[in-house]
Design a protein around this ligand. Structure first.
Ligand SMILES: *[C@@H]1O[C@H](CO)[C@@H](O)[C@H](O)[C@H]1NC(C)=O
Length: 381
């Protein structure tokens, strides 16, 4: 039966040549033939709109050197269950000042893969002005990986995002393996707020083997349950972060692990940010097997007095940090001499049941103003 969807139809998709890409190859099929074409390939400047229009009709969607027009989303948010999406060659986006996202993928049982040598390249340098999301040009967010369940994203390489790279939100069961986000050109080129992974309101998320070169949080978990980041490399940014927690629609962080990862050439290594005047929960966070090097400001920063900036005013007690484990942190000589090794500022009784073991972070200064530090931990090294 698949002959019905033979090479002619697929070539038509591939060239983007058909006038109405919504034409469904199954229109003549009997109910027993109401199966999806096995594979559809889209490319060029019509590729994104054709792929969006046909997304429910294809079991496998190959995006081959797609050039997404300016001001539009490569929108795969209405995929049928168990669809495979494969990026081939270089995917590009046109320039426009807008909010984005430039790419959006949602669904159940979705498999996303980057083929060998494939890149997703929004050429963010066109937007970079040193202001990120705080002003200047309106910059599109890159990838909304939202509402994915039992899905995986493997071997995807992203280059030079205009601002935040990957937003994981509303997901339950998402494994991201060997993703590279390389916005390192922004170090000298005006990249700002180029977060690697921002995670919210999601559960059962595993990010394994990621490499992130950027100018803001490598990973920021703002809310969620059962999130693991492991075997990763973070370079150039703000390290492995929880939060900021507080003042959002979801303010619960529960069971998050950062393990066996390296943070280098970064402003912070490990950071937990709780807003001082808000309520929420930060429970069951683990940092284990983290190697720090070339940290300019804070090796480890745990604060309950975040107000958009670090260490402002009195710490609050509305977002307790409990069941925190920080162990096997290697950072001898990692912090610059003008930075601080370990900073812990907690509200009274708001940090409890911590495990703190083999934390060696040196090179910088003692902060001198730590507050309510649980007895197992210390700011003095
Ligand atoms: C400490 O972390 C490093 C880096 O991830 C790892 O290689 C080592 O096995 C860990 N040591 C222990 C005792 O867990």
């Amino acid at each position: 039966m698949l002959r019905l969807f033979g090479s002619a139809a697929l070539v038509a998709f591939a060239t983007g040549a058909i006038a109405s890409p919504v034409a469904d190859p199954m229109v003549t099929a009997s109910p027993t033939l109401a199966k999806r074409a096995t594979s559809c390939t889209f490319s060029g400047s019509n590729g994104a709109s054709s792929a969006s229009a046909s997304q429910k009709a294809c079991a496998t969607i190959v995006l081959s050197a797609v050039a997404v027009p300016s001001g539009t989303t490569l929108d795969l948010s209405d995929l049928a269950d168990d669809t495979t999406v494969i990026f081939e060659g270089e995917t590009t986006w046109g320039y426009k000042e807008w909010e984005g996202p430039l790419l959006q993928i949602s669904g159940n049982g979705i498999t996303v893969k980057g083929a060998s040598g494939a890149t997703l390249n929004p050429d963010g340098a066109r937007w970079w002005d040193g202001e990120g999301g705080n002003g200047g040009k309106t910059k599109p967010k890159f990838f909304a990986a939202h509402d994915l369940s039992d899905s995986s994203i493997t071997d995807v390489k992203i280059l030079n995002t205009p601002v935040q790279a990957v937003s994981v939100n509303g997901c339950d069961g998402l494994t991201i393996t060997d993703m590279t986000i390389d916005s390192s050109a922004g170090d000298s080129g005006g990249g700002h707020n180029t977060d690697g992974f921002d995670i919210g309101s999601s559960s059962n998320v595993v990010i394994n083997g990621a490499k992130v070169y950027n100018q803001d949080d490598c990973v920021a978990v703002n809310s969620g349950t059962d999130i693991t980041f492991s075997g990763g490399l973070c370079s150039g940014g703000h390290g492995l972060s929880i939060g900021s927690v507080g003042g959002r629609s979801d303010n619960t962080v529960d069971t998050v692990s950062f393990t066996d990862s390296e943070v280098t050439k970064s402003v912070q290594g490990i950071r937990i940010k709780a807003s001082s005047g808000d309520t929420g929960t930060i429970k069951g966070v683990t940092y284990s097997g983290i190697t720090l090097s070339s940290i300019s400001k804070y090796g480890v920063l745990i604060e309950q007095n975040y107000d958009g900036g670090d260490l402002h005013g009195d710490p609050g007690t509305g977002i307790p940090i409990t069941d925190l484990t920080v162990k096997n942190i290697s950072g001898s000589g990692a912090v610059s001499s003008s930075g601080y090794n370990i900073v812990i500022v907690c509200g009274s009784g708001a940090c409890s049941d911590w495990t703190w073991d083999s934390v060696s972070v040196t090179g910088g200064k003692d902060y001198g103003s730590c507050q309510n530090v649980p007895s197992v931990a210390t700011c003095d090294v």
